[in-house]
Design a protein around this ligand. Structure first.
Ligand SMILES: NC(=O)C1=CN([C@@H]2O[C@H](COP(=O)(O)OP(=O)(O)OC[C@H]3O[C@@H](n4cnc5c(N)ncnc54)[C@H](OP(=O)(O)O)[C@@H]3O)[C@@H](O)[C@H]2O)[C@@H](O)CC1
Ligand SMILES: [K+]
Length: 472
């Protein structure tokens, strides 16, 4: 994208707007003070020089400290040449003397841990603003390559990067300001983004219509076990509360116990093989509340009958170390422990790990977390930060499975349903107030769905969903 934009708009023009946006963001947030701009050798440093020029023009006392000279003849060299103000040594003493330090050392080009010298200077700084990202946060992964207290503001351009959204980098960026620097939309489209922020508009959820009936809204079926009825019930309740037309539990010999539960559920005691013949029941949840033996008795049958299957909890434990057993399911929703037992530890690059897991089993993989990562087998990834710590309570994952089941049953494509389910679940968590018990989420799922439908009508996917194209 940068390369194409450079050809069509001119990288110097983009750099000029980027530096101006940094200066503007600083002027909007800080009173005039002594500023030190730390500039690296690449275009991030070029942005820093432009910002320094605009701050100086506005009457601020500005100094620039250069880590290394910019490459001759490049845009950063031109930006450096146009700054005629005071230059000082790149040192911790100079950083400590400044009221505000602007970190324009490395941005998107950061590819290894910064040197001790760089880190000593940043650690000596009292208040920090980042150009694009803090110079030790990997923009593609959010990995943090060195330790340092958080920044107050990070000014990025065009679209936020995964590093602004994913932990742990997210905690260090401070307020993220995303500046429009006039990047032409054809350059953005040309980049064919594969990583998205999870927002309504990336997907759309079916709204209620006057002619709806329970089968058009969709049937969610769940496999139930003998010993952990709570998890199955929570998933069933999540499905009902998010708008499923009908929710049925296949409980076999435990049917009587389940019949004592919520009156709006249909409990089946017929053999699973018989239930699978019902063509109106295409979406099945398998795993919440199931032991490995119960999964063994059910999941292969569901897959063999070509149903749309969401596998969670017990089903993920059943396939630990052998994720290929899950081939044929449509969506899995592991937390980090389940993911690690299935595929191994994901390492620093969650996006890469989840994407490769999705490709490996041919299913959508939703890795649950403070920021959930949702990958499709075709490589698309959504990052869901629409969430609340209120969701970090036992049973919350069962509710999520139920919500996604509803959206699958409503006919949404698998990845869209997983993304939308994560957003609805997050919205319910945000609405549920402080320290809710998991059942309290259900009361907010209907309004969350209405909100998502409303927002999707107003936003288009193009408006704010692009993060960045990953390098090969
Ligand atoms: N997106 C947009 O539209 C626009 C983006 N813009 C801006 O461009 C920025 C990206 O610029 P960029 O590609 O030149 O990379 P940048 O981050 O300056 O660093 C590259 C240099 O750093 C070096 N280096 C890396 N890590 C290192 C380390 N640990 N320790 C030491 N050296 C290290 C690396 O050296 P090398 O690996 O070659 O030895 C190379 O020389 C982007 O963040 C944004 O601010 C705007 O100007 C315009 C519009
Ligand atoms: K930076």
């Amino acid at each position: 994208m940068d390369e194409m934009a450079g050809r069509s708009v001119g990288i110097i023009a983009l750099m000029e707007r980027a530096g101006w946006a940094v200066a503007r963001a600083i002027r909007a947030r800080f009173a005039p003070c002594r500023v030190l701009v730390l500039c690296g050798p690449g275009n991030n440093g070029g942005d820093g020089h432009v910002a320094a020029r605009y701050l100086e023009r506005a009457g601020w006392p500005v100094q620039v400290a250069l880590l290394a000279p910019p490459r001759e003849g490049g845009p950063a060299a031109e930006a450096a040449a146009r700054f005629s103000g005071r230059r000082v040594e790149f040192s911790a003493e100079n950083a400590a003397r400044a009221d505000l330090v602007v970190d324009a050392i490395f941005g998107a080009g950061l590819d290894r841990a910064p040197s001790d010298t760089v880190m000593a200077v940043l650690r000596a700084s009292r208040r920090l603003v980042a150009v694009d990202l803090p110079s030790f946060v990997n923009g593609l992964t959010g990995a943090v390559l060195a330790e340092r207290p958080p920044y107050e503001v990070s000014v990025t351009f065009v679209r936020p990067k995964p590093g602004h959204v994913l932990y742990p980098g997210r905690t260090l960026c401070g307020e993220v300001v995303c500046a429009d620097i006039g990047m032409p939309s054809d350059c953005i489209a040309h980049a064919q983004p594969r990583i998205f922020l999870n927002r309504p508009g990336l997907w759309s959820i079916p709204a209620m219509t006057a002619q709806d009936h329970k089968y058009s809204r969709g049937v969610v079926s769940l496999c139930a076990g003998r010993v952990m009825p709570g998890a199955t019930r929570l998933a069933a309740a999540g499905a009902r509360a998010s708008g499923a037309g009908l929710v049925r539990i296949s409980a076999g010999v435990s049917a009587e116990a389940y019949r004592l539960g919520a009156p709006g559920l249909v409990i089946d005691d017929a053999p699973l093989e018989a239930l699978l013949e019902d063509t109106r029941r295409n979406v099945w949840l398998c795993g919440p509340g199931l032991t490995p033996d119960e999964v063994e008795d059910t999941l292969p049958l569901l897959v063999a009958s070509k149903k749309c299957v969401l596998a969670d909890a017990g089903a993920l434990g059943w396939a630990a170390g052998a994720p290929e057993k899950l081939r044929g399911v449509s969506v899995i929703t592991p937390h980090i422990g389940e993911f690690t037992r299935l595929f191994g530890a994901p390492g620093d690059d969650l996006v890469c790990a989840v994407r490769s897991a999705a490709g490996r089993i041919g299913a959508v993989v939703l890795l649950k977390g403070a920021v959930s990562v949702i990958a499709a087998p075709d490589g698309r990834v959504a990052l869901n930060d629409h969430a609340s710590p209120a969701l970090a309570t036992a049973g919350s994952g069962d509710t999520l499975a139920g919500v996604i089941g509803t959206l699958l049953a409503a006919g949404m494509p698998h990845w869209d349903a997983a993304c939308a389910g994560a957003w609805l679940h997050g919205e319910a968590g945000l609405r549920a107030g402080n320290w809710p018990i998991v059942e309290a989420l259900d009361a907010h799922l209907g309004d969350a769905r209405a909100e998502a439908i409303d927002q999707a009508r107003r936003l288009s996917c193009e408006t704010d969903n692009l993060a960045v194209k990953r390098r090969a």
